[in-house]
Design a protein around this ligand. Structure first.
Ligand code: C2O
Length: 343
């Protein structure tokens, strides 16, 4: 079978939700480039991603982001371009290779986890390159443990490049995230703080208790398949807490909970990358339980195209994303209180 992947030559305007300001999402200069197959460098040291509430590389991250934000918009490493990658892959900008009538969609299926892993991988490498630090690692927002259940303070300093104004003002610290938050209640007054015990039980239910890879990752998605929907294709981790934290963070005064609550806009908020780092970390933790993984070739061979930190347009595939140490990074080990939180 042919692998599912984007046809980057056919990048088009995104399909946006109503009320969204028009934008484009396609990376620059695609027509002049032919993607090359990505070869993972041989890493000698690992970047260690640390929790956002206990992150000692904040000055480096700010410096790297300031440089990124100062690059011209059409530079593949600019903040604008970085934030558009996600939009292109979830808002019908690309169609699938060889299927001009079928969109490439990286949500609602088993490609959700590997795609976002690659997205963070290049984001982190580009930031490291901008400050000439090959060990630079992004922070993760560990909403799965009590210390991480507030919106991390590194993102709330208005003078920091990690700040974003478009967030829910009722969900600022010390309000705790509610991993069961219901977006339908966004406008009711009882918008109370989350509950540690309930959050831990949710983690247990969505991660530990989900035994089959296909249920945790999401439904199979093969070349030529039409994208599924949130309800028909998403795995347990994508639905909760992933989607919940997105909508909980977004600004309810915006038409589509921008930025974090809308696919096309989510990656405009620096907290997006830390949210996803924790989703990615949950994948490594789930794998550490030793459960059966997916070996299906259509899963292994799905591919995506990114600009790497050396401005090469590269094609990467799922099977190269399964071992994070091979990708040159790891997560700081922390307690997992939810493992003992069987509801
Ligand atoms: Cu691509 Cu958190 O969504």
């Amino acid at each position: 079978a042919e692998p599912v992947g984007p046809d980057v030559e056919g990048c088009n305007k995104p399909t946006l939700p109503s009320g969204a300001k028009p934008t484009t999402c396609c990376p620059p200069n695609l027509e002049k480039k032919e993607p090359i197959d990505y070869v993972i460098p041989n890493y000698q040291t690992l970047r260690i991603r640390k929790p956002a509430h206990d992150y000692d590389d904040l000055e480096k991250y700010k410096k790297a982001l300031n440089i990124m934000k100062s690059l011209p918009d059409d530079h593949p490493h600019s903040w604008t371009q970085q934030s558009r990658i996600h939009c292109a892959y979830c808002s019908n900008s690309y169609h699938q290779h060889g299927h001009t009538d079928i969109a490439m969609q990286v949500h609602f299926s088993w490609i959700f986890l590997p795609f976002h892993r690659w997205l963070l991988y290049f984001y982190e490498r580009i930031l490291g390159k901008l400050i000439d630090d090959p060990n630079f690692a992004i922070p993760f927002w560990n909403w799965d443990a009590p210390e991480g259940m507030e919106l991390p303070s590194i993102f709330t300093d208005k003078s920091s490049p990690l700040y974003n104004a478009l967030r829910n003002q009722n969900h600022q610290p010390p309000t705790l995230v509610d991993l069961n938050w219901n977006v339908k209640n966004v406008n009711t007054s009882g918008d109370t703080s989350g509950d540690v015990k309930a959050n831990l039980a949710t983690m247990y239910r969505q991660v530990y208790e989900v035994k089959k890879a296909i249920c945790f990752y999401g439904r199979s998605f093969r070349a030529g398949d039409k994208p599924y929907t949130i309800k028909t294709g998403s795995g347990s981790i994508e639905l909760v807490p992933h989607n919940i934290v997105h909508s909980w963070t977004g600004d309810k005064t915006q038409p589509n909970l921008e930025d974090m609550g809308a696919f096309y806009a989510a990656a405009r908020d620096p907290i997006f990358y830390s949210h996803h780092a924790n989703v990615d970390r949950m994948w490594t933790i789930w794998k550490s339980f030793g459960r059966e993984d997916i070996t299906d070739p259509d899963y292994q061979n799905a591919s995506y195209v990114f600009y790497d930190e050396n401005l090469n347009l590269v094609r990467v595939k799922n099977s190269d994303a399964f071992d994070i140490k091979k990708l040159g990074y790891d997560y700081k080990q922390l307690d997992l209180p939810w493992l003992k939180a069987k509801p």
